[in-house]
Design a binder for this molecule. Sequence first.
Ligand SMILES: Cc1cc2nc3c(=O)[nH]c(=O)nc-3n(C[C@H](O)[C@H](O)[C@H](O)COP(=O)(O)OP(=O)(O)OC[C@H]3O[C@@H](n4cnc5c(N)ncnc54)[C@H](O)[C@@H]3O)c2cc1C
Length: 267
Amino acid sequence: MRSFAFHRPTTLYEMSALLGGVADSMPLAGGMTLLPTIKQRLAAPAALIDLSNIPQLHGISAQADVLTVGAMTRHVDVAESELVRSKIPLLASLAAGIGDPAVRNRGTIGGSVANNDPSADYPAAVLALDATVVTDRREIAAVAFFRGLFETALEPGEIITAVRFPVPSAGGYAKFKSPASRYAVVGVCVAKKAGKVRVAVTGAGPGVFRVAVMEAALERTFTPDAIAAIKLGAENLSSDIHADAEYRAHLVTVMAKAAVKSALQTS
Ligand SMILES: Cc1cc2nc3c(=O)[nH]c(=O)nc-3n(C[C@H](O)[C@H](O)[C@H](O)COP(=O)(O)OP(=O)(O)OC[C@H]3O[C@@H](n4cnc5c(N)ncnc54)[C@H](O)[C@@H]3O)c2cc1C
């Protein structure tokens, strides 16, 4: 591992000054992805800017029908939050299913959303719930945030400060997980609000995506049977050691039906 400088700012102002002023600096959240990446020499930052001591990046709050989760909120805190469980139960169960206890005790929502791993769970919820990604510079709608494989709308030095989730009238998340890492081989999040339905899929392709044909069917009838006959084409889906594209296409339907079932049980 190459040596690097380490800074732990206590304000957003200090953080921005460091990220803007120190060449080749990178923000550090839970380190669950970034530290292995550095160890494997896939990244070589000259400085790490640790976000853990900035109070504005922590905490969960709710106002009317919006739940706000600070970027440095760990998966375990989302999973165990009574507020999250009461407002958006799917988010609590999604967080409880991420990785293992060590990963959930360090990994953060901001790190996961910024990283945009094609098999990560949070991007599916952020997209299906029509969430807003709040940064230190602006607010970005989920639909404009995720740009493909590990790519987002974040600009250099721009930091996610929170994610704002509108509370749906019904919602569910189901994933077929890798038995080793628990990352999604395929994960589907379904959310319903004001007659509109969103279906977002992670793990199946190079980035999270919506399935318009399922959304339309569920807007007509919100039951698992309404989408049972809808199968995606395998052309644009991923094949790897975990599953080939055909199998992933099959899993999208199975997981989408399970997500709707879960939504009906928890609404
Ligand atoms: C063994 C293992 C199993 C896992 N299983 C799962 C799983 O089942 N499901 C799943 O979804 N994930 C899984 N993960 C990923 C994990 O949950 C973390 O969410 C992920 O590693 C990134 O979060 P982090 O807080 O550790 O970020 P870090 O590793 O610290 O940072 C990741 C990237 O995001 C940037 N960054 C961090 N915070 C911000 C911010 N606020 N604003 C802008 N940029 C930022 C960093 O500079 C870095 O580039 C797993 C990880 C491991 C190691």
